[in-house]
Ligand binder design. Structure first.
Ligand code: SF4
Ligand code: SF4
Length: 81
């Protein structure tokens, strides 16, 4: 499933450059993850890179975008050809 950023985000910007899918952007207050681009880093990395660097521990799974590993891999290949 895609990940999402909670209200605990401090807008530190640390996560943006770690995303292999350019899924993270600055919002009006907190940062945002585009669920159409987040693959939990499946296809590119062994673990979600944004979660690994977030100092606020505010990046969590988003049950609204429940996808299994195969679906995440298909999304990755859809993004990168
Ligand atoms: S889990 Fe990976 S693909 Fe998803 S937003 Fe974080 S860095 Fe990007
Ligand atoms: S690393 Fe965490 S606190 Fe920093 S901008 Fe990203 S989600 Fe927000």
């Amino acid at each position: 499933m895609a990940l999402k950023i909670t209200d605990d985000c401090t807008a530190c910007d640390a996560c943006v450059s770690t995303c292999p899918n350019e899924a993270i952007s600055a919002g009006d207050v907190i940062y945002l993850i585009d669920p159409a681009r987040c693959t939990e880093c499946v296809g590119a990395e062994d673990s979600p890179q944004c979660q690994d660097v977030c100092p606020a521990d505010c990046i969590i799974k988003d049950p609204a975008h429940d996808e299994d590993h195969d679906a995440l891999m298909a999304k990755y290949h859809g993004l990168h050809g």
